[in-house]
Design a protein around this ligand. Structure first.
Ligand code: MLT
Length: 250
């Protein structure tokens, strides 16, 4: 099994691999999506733009209305979710803070989800045999899936508007470190570089988050608590799997 890390989205071409892609967006899309599915969201449809979210919501509306006919005005079964500039998009139900994705808010719902970097990275991975989301919060669950279903694996760092993000590279490095311990994998140079970066920062991930570009922006917007939530290790035993246009939890 070859383990690769695309340290920026530009390092990964659409259709580049027919193996597995693990999409990493530590701050904050990965944590938010994992939390939503762990708290009972039915499925999540990632879309690239705000416009596409609105169009998808219209078609989902029709399906909701058909399903709820005769139930006396039940609330819609779908929510529009996501951020631009870190803030909830106007007219959307939820933003991109994992704290918003409680069971009360999302249980049984279809989420239509768009963020600046995370949803684009996911869509870029379409066509790979296994497209999943990994982060600190579900690290061991993802490692177990990779070991159980062996295939070449690329960790795709969502980055920040095409650029390198420290937090994504360090998280990819932690995955590489764990997988390398089995001794059955071959690491590319970028995977090895990510692993070295992780070793450098592993004792204080919380402080690192506060030094990153994304971390500083989120602190400025009042989301400091999210930084700690996003680096908690193995809070969830769930792997979001992207298949047939939706993410579901496995
Ligand atoms: C993204 O997908 O671009 C990020 O998760 C942005 C954010 O933290 O709100």
């Amino acid at each position: 099994m070859i383990i690769d890390v695309a340290l920026t989205p530009a390092a990964f071409e659409f259709g580049q691999t027919d193996g597995r892609v693990v999409v990493i967006d530590v701050l904050r899309a990965a944590c938010t999506l994992i939390t939503a599915l762990a708290n009972g969201a039915d499925r999540i449809i990632p879309v690239a733009s705000v416009e596409e979210a609105t169009i998808t919501a219209y078609s989902t509306d029709a399906a909701d209305r058909a399903r709820n006919s005769g139930t006396g005005g039940s609330p819609p079964d779908h929510l529009k979710c996501g951020e631009r500039g870190g803030q909830r998009i106007e007219g959307f139900n939820l933003g991109n803070s994992p704290q918003e994705y409680t069971a009360e808010a999302v249980q049984g719902k279809t989420l239509i989800f768009t963020t600046t970097n995370g949803s684009d990275a996911l869509l870029k991975a379409l066509g790979a045999a296994d497209v999943i989301i990994g982060s600190f919060t579900n690290l061991s669950a993802v490692v177990s899936r990779i070991r159980a279903l062996t295939m070449d694996t690329t960790f795709l760092c969502a980055g920040e508007q095409g650029n390198f993000s420290f937090e994504d590279a360090v998280c990819a490095g932690m995955f590489v470190d764990r997988l390398g311990k089995s001794g059955k994998s071959e690491m590319t140079d970028s995977a090895e570089a990510a692993r070295i970066l992780y070793h450098h920062f592993r004792d204080d991930l919380s402080s690192l988050m506060r030094k990153t570009f994304n971390g500083k922006v989120l602190v400025g917007l009042g989301f400091e608590a999210d930084l700690d939530l996003c680096v908690e290790l193995d809070v969830f035993d769930i792997v979001p799997v992207f298949s047939d246009g939706s993410l579901t939890g496995q």
